[in-house]
Design a protein around this ligand. Structure first.
Ligand SMILES: [Zn+2]
Length: 209
């Protein structure tokens, strides 16, 4: 049976050829429908004028594959010495598996929700390996700082951080952050939120970007 016949038989629609190959990250964000504009209250307490629903991309292989390809190209350009990708459970772990495929490197997983953080046994960085940490979005930056500090303490040679979108500084715990996309939205401390000041009702609440 030919491969497309197998797909047809089992109704695997997601493997149909798509025209995503030349899409920019901005086009993917737009066509996938993951931008939400409006007064937003984030789970971490911050407010904003919109947010990006990254899960729409993470759960869809055709979008995730193209974004991962773009991410791998940027990593290769900015951190060409990379030997190993690391990502934190949950989103980061899914992302590194895709980016590593395009980059041709191995990947490993950090169990970042645990305290203390540990490496997943499948791949523990060896001494001298140059590591890039990959993630979807840096929002408050608190988690990413924990991950970087863990890697430094474990003696891992982390040379960079690669994300789709970075809401924070270009450096976290002394490590350079590269991103694919500038956030179209602003973040505010709750006390200084201009939308609250104008009494605009909250449209999205308990959002984790
Ligand atoms: Zn507000």
């Amino acid at each position: 049976m030919k491969i497309y016949e197998i797909y047809k038989k089992y109704k695997i629609h997601s493997y149909k050829p798509t025209n995503l190959a030349n899409m920019s990250i901005e086009e993917i964000i737009r066509t996938s429908g993951c931008l939400h504009e409006g007064h937003t209250e984030f789970r971490n307490g911050l407010h904003g004028n919109g947010w990006l629903e990254k899960d729409i991309i993470v759960r869809n292989p055709k979008y995730l594959d193209r974004v991962s390809q773009l991410q791998s190209q940027q990593i290769l350009k900015e951190f060409p010495k990379v030997d190993l990708l690391l990502g934190a459970i949950t989103g980061g772990a899914i992302i590194v598996s895709y980016v590593a495929k395009h980059l041709g490197t191995e990947f490993g997983i950090i169990l970042g929700k645990q305290n203390p953080i540990v490496f997943h046994d499948m791949n523990i960085p060896e001494k001298g390996e140059k590591v890039v940490l990959a993630e979807d979005i840096i929002s408050s930056g608190v988690d990413m700082e924990r991950f970087v500090n863990f890697l430094k303490q474990s003696g891992t040679d982390v040379i960079g951080i690669s994300v789709w979108m970075n809401r924070k500084d270009n450096e976290i715990a002394g490590i350079r952050v590269i991103d694919l996309l500038t956030s179209p939205y602003e973040l505010y401390e709750k006390e200084n939120c201009p939308l609250c000041k104008d009494n605009i009702p909250i449209l999205f609440s308990n959002v984790r970007e």
